[in-house]
Design a protein around this ligand. Structure first.
Ligand code: MG
Length: 374
């Protein structure tokens, strides 16, 4: 049973190109499956989340992160009576527009674009992927996703100014996205905050002492675990404490969002869309714990000297390749040379680089800019 404020697939604004219904999958289920079968989705497997393969082959990459976010999202959406199919599709597509090399790659690509008065935005890039770059069907370009999935791709994590983005006018920029999309920003962060602590600990870049000192909510749970399992190995105590933090955040997101819906008198999807602010949220207490974890990760992991070398390499590779193709457009693959006839060269080079896996961009660097840094 869906809540009254959930998106109902029967009321979808539909696809750009109408298609006959499927005998046993609804339109959001089909969109979810189209994302899973997309080339850009498979490439997430070789895109850095935080750690490259240098550290370990069991750390998260963007694909496994995405699957974890989908798992959390299904749970939260189900508990809130939301449309789980739509939420799952949005979770699976949420990182599709990310370039190689995680945040460092994204920053370098954006900087390169800004030199040409342009910019790179991973949500807008994801929209271009599903609208244009994916070519699977004879009848149309792109994946022909429903309006609600395309809207969620751009609006799940931020608002876009309608005056600055006239090209996005159809996506109701003055309105809030449905809760199915609002959730993603939170489930994404629950996923990566706990996963980055886990991978950071496994990589020996973070110690248990450091984490328990820096993150009070973790410390509280760890003390309980130490009482219950005094002789358990440290890693398992760590796991139990992380699991408790994870559950606390998921539980709080569900309860706090429910309370906000009730307090705001939300009766229908239209109320969600027209509400002044987004309704999915943590409680103030958990929100401050979330910030603590995030700050801790920035201070102790993301900017850690151990990762600095890799980040510098990532920035150099993206920056040098970008300027190489700007100066030598004839070295671009034929398809991109043709595109450069219709769109600005920086945009075409940016699209090409953004689609690459870590492995492929290093190969390209090797080929065009000399040996890739070790
Ligand atoms: Mg993500």
């Amino acid at each position: 049973m869906l809540a009254a404020y959930a998106v109902q697939v029967e009321h979808s604004r539909g696809r750009r190109f109408p298609e006959p219904p499927h005998p046993y999958r609804n339109d959001f289920q089909r969109d979810r499956d189209r994302v899973i079968h997309a080339r850009a989705f498979r490439r997430l497997e070789d895109k850095t989340q935080v750690f490259t393969r240098r550290y370990s082959d069991h750390f998260r990459n963007r694909l496994t992160h995405t699957i974890e976010v989908a798992q959390i999202t299904r749970t939260v959406a189900g508990a809130l009576g939301l449309n789980v199919d739509l939420s799952e599709a949005l979770a699976l597509v949420h990182d599709l527009g990310h370039p190689p090399f995680g945040h460092a790659g994204e920053k370098a690509l954006d900087t390169a674009m800004r030199a040409h008065g342009l910019f790179f935005d991973h949500n807008l890039h994801a929209l271009r992927i599903v609208e244009d770059f994916e070519q699977r069907y004879a009848a149309f370009r792109g994946l022909n996703l429903t309006f609600e999935v395309r809207e969620g791709i751009i609006k799940h994590s931020r608002d876009y100014d309608a005056a600055k983005h006239p090209e996005l006018a159809e996506y109701l920029l003055g309105q809030r996205p449905p809760l199915e999309a609002q959730l993603i920003d939170f489930t994404d962060e629950i996923g990566y905050n706990t996963a980055d602590l886990d991978d950071g600990y496994e990589a020996h870049l973070l110690t248990l002492e450091q984490i328990r000192t820096g993150i009070p909510v973790f410390e509280r749970f760890l003390r309980e675990v130490e009482k219950t399992y005094p002789s358990a190995p440290e890693k398992l105590k760590f796991n139990e404490a992380i699991k408790s933090v994870f559950n606390r955040f998921v539980d709080d997101l569900i309860r706090s969002t429910q309370a906000r819906l009730k307090d705001s008198g939300i009766q229908a999807l239209a109320d969600v869309r027209l509400h002044q602010e987004r309704l999915a949220a943590f409680s103030p207490e958990v929100e401050s714990e979330r910030k603590q974890i995030k700050n801790f990760l920035y201070e102790n992991l993301y900017y850690s000297p151990s990762l600095a070398g890799e980040k510098d390499d990532a920035e150099r590779i993206v920056t040098e390749l970008f300027s190489f193709w700007m100066q030598n457009p004839s070295a671009l693959p034929h398809y991109y040379q043709e595109k450069a006839g219709q769109e600005s060269l920086p945009r075409v080079v940016c699209d090409y680089i953004a689609g690459m896996t870590d492995h492929f961009i290093i190969e390209q660097y090797d080929k065009h800019c000399g040996k890739a840094p070790e």
